[in-house]
Write a new protein. Structure first.
Length: 119
């Protein structure tokens, strides 16, 4: 019985480590806590559209108007710009596909976020 419990808890640990490796490989620039929070909320209610405050940190020296235009064309929102054009913040519904797109941009360094509610 003790070995079965140990095997079961070891399986949880192994699966979590696999999850973290997948996150690093597929969404390397996305904060793991954001991914976990999103997946938890999605699991609780798959029809819900969780809204998050997203903060994207970028490389320096980008054309902020170009970034505004890109964000507008992709999601229909104009971001707040801070820290001399290296931090962009929006509130928007989150999807894993959207996070993947953000992670794929060369100029994006990292993405963090916090839950603000449902649509």
């Amino acid at each position: 019985m003790a070995n079965q419990n140990k095997d079961a808890t070891q399986e949880i640990q192994t699966k979590y480590e696999e999850f973290q490796r997948a996150c690093k490989a597929i969404l390397p620039k996305i904060d793991r806590k954001l991914i976990e929070d999103f997946l938890y909320r999605q699991q609780e209610d798959s029809d819900a559209k969780p809204k998050y405050s997203i903060e994207v940190t970028t490389k320096e020296g980008l054309d902020t108007q170009e970034i505004k235009d890109l964000v507008w064309s992709q999601i229909g929102e104009v971001p707040d710009i801070e820290n001399h054009g290296t931090k962009y913040r929006i509130e928007h519904k989150l999807t894993l596909v959207g996070l993947r797109r953000l992670s794929d941009y060369d100029f994006v360094l990292n993405v963090k976020g916090s839950y603000v509610g449902y649509f």
